[in-house]
Design a protein around this ligand. Structure first.
Ligand code: GAR
Length: 181
């Protein structure tokens, strides 16, 4: 059975939607934020939840936990993934980002869309490379920006789509990985 690790810094709603789809394939959660909701959600699900605070060697310390892991899913992980983690999981680290990349990379993508008076935004699941939200796109979903939207109301609707497409993208990656082995 494939083994998935989820990395996150926030409330963990994307972790929750992955957990609801993949259940005990998710074997580990790592957060850089000791108070993050994702840790609490993982512990409630009986999944080992580890804290690794930032620092120059964060990615090396994270990698130390990933023996036997097939796929790494970033779910609101607010740090750049660097070596040696990147090379250890080629095409096996996924991220969900709250915009239609390449539009609005980086932080506060939903705020940028509202400030820009964009007519639509959305979310993207992509492979992670060394850049900031630059890796190959796997799946995207559009979300209209409505008149009167605040950053918060837009983000709420984007998250509904995130919770729908992230499991779909993970499923297709797991199928590829299973074919490879
Ligand atoms: C999600 O909207 C995700 O797309 C975003 O953080 C939120 C985490 O929510 N990620 C980024 O902005 C990464 N650049 P969650 O903790 O409820 O899953």
């Amino acid at each position: 059975m494939a083994r998935i690790a989820v990395l996150g810094s926030g409330s963990g709603s994307n972790f929750q939607s992955l957990y609801e789809t993949f259940g005990d394939k998710i074997v580990l959660v790592i957060s850089d934020q000791p108070g993050a909701g994702i840790l609490e959600k993982a512990r409630r699900a009986g999944i080992p939840a580890v804290v690794e605070k930032g620092g120059f060697d964060l990615c090396a310390r994270i990698l130390d936990h990933l023996e036997g892991i097939d796929l790494v899913c970033l779910a609101g992980f607010m740090r750049l993934v660097k070596e040696p983690l990147l090379s250890a999981f080629p095409h096996r680290i996924l991220n969900i980002h709250p915009s239609l990349l390449p539009k609005y990379p980086g932080l506060g993508a939903w705020e940028q869309a509202v400030l820009d008076e964009a007519s639509e935004s959305g979310c993207t699941v992509h492979y992670v490379d060394a850049g900031m939200d630059t890796g190959e796109v796997i799946l995207q979903a559009e979300v209209p920006v409505l008149p009167g939207d605040t950053p918060e109301s837009l983000h709420e609707r984007i998250q509904v789509e995130e919770h729908r497409i992230y499991p779909l993208a993970v499923k297709s990656c797991l199928a590829r990985i299973t074919d490879e082995v």
